[in-house]
Design a protein around this ligand. Structure first.
Ligand code: IMP
Length: 252
């Protein structure tokens, strides 16, 4: 591993550790916030619809948000309905579209996410089109086709310019379909020249995390969740929800 990618990875890890410490300080023993959360919100549960049918995401959401304060349902438990058209030009717009739609439809607080890969040499593409990148470029369909197209598009791009990031935006809507909070987080990396690893999904086999010297498809899932765009966004959403519930704000 080169010195610069290693340094970048170490910085990212340090920022993550600092953030984790802040979260711990704000939410654990000794914090006035925490005492208030325990005494005033004890016993209160909020029903949350996790607006996805992706079992991996559902598991991750439940693990990260915990079961003390929330009870969950997800789209697989509701009668099948047509998916929302993701017409937004930003991750935030699409996450909000989905959260509002499902909250209004099922009359419950709903949490939705939108995510994707931004590649600097492609001016931020595939971005919000990540899931259907090959399809939109008449180059096939699905993860393998997306990855093959990306590698082709970056074939002439030197290693130093293959920087990219995964982005995740989470949106929480209340039962009336009003957006209560949104969170955005990222994970920095570079695009490899060939797929590596079998874990994960999507662009994971091409996404190299400098600090670990592995792609996110080579990392154990728990390690990926700790550093990933979605994992970090979920941690921050949990913190924001803790604080809102401690202030007795109605999220339902
Ligand atoms: P969505 O948020 O489920 O619509 O995902 C959008 C697309 O972004 C996925 O189909 C993947 O191609 C890509 N993507 C988002 N997050 C990840 C990730 O953690 N690993 C790999 N690919 C991802």
């Amino acid at each position: 591993m080169g010195f610069q990618p290693m340094l970048a990875g170490m910085c990212e890890k340090r920022i993550f550790l600092k953030w984790s410490l802040l979260v711990a300080l704000l939410t654990r023993a000794g914090s006035p916030c925490h005492d208030k959360v325990n005494s005033e919100t004890e016993g209160k549960t909020l029903h949350l619809l996790i607006a996805t049918t992706n079992v991996g995401k559902i598991r991750e959401f439940r693990q990260m948000l915990g079961t003390e304060r929330f009870e969950y349902s997800d789209l697989s438990q509701h009668p099948p309905i047509e998916a929302v058209e993701e017409t937004g030009r930003t991750f935030r717009a699409n996450a909000c579209l989905k959260a509002i739609h499902y909250a209004q439809l099922f009359k419950t607080a709903a949490i939705a996410d939108d995510s994707g890969l931004e590649v600097d040499a492609l001016d931020g593409s595939p971005g919000v089109h990540s899931a259907r990148w090959a399809e939109l470029n008449q180059a096939g369909k699905g993860d393998a086709a997306n990855n093959a197209l990306l590698l082709k598009q970056l074939a002439d791009i030197p290693d130093a310019r293959r920087t990219a990031r995964f982005v995740c935006v989470l949106a929480l809507a209340d039962a009336k379909g009003r957006i209560v909070m949104t969170v955005r987080d990222t994970m920095e990396g570079t695009v490899t020249r060939e797929p590596r690893g079998t874990n994960g999904f999507g662009y994971d086999p091409l996404f190299l995390v400098a600090f670990h010297g592995q792609t996110t498809a080579e990392l154990p899932p728990a390690t990926k969740h700790e550093i990933s765009h979605r994992g970090k966004a979920l941690q921050r959403l949990r913190l924001m929800m803790d604080v809102a519930m401690a202030k007795d704000e109605d999220l339902s």
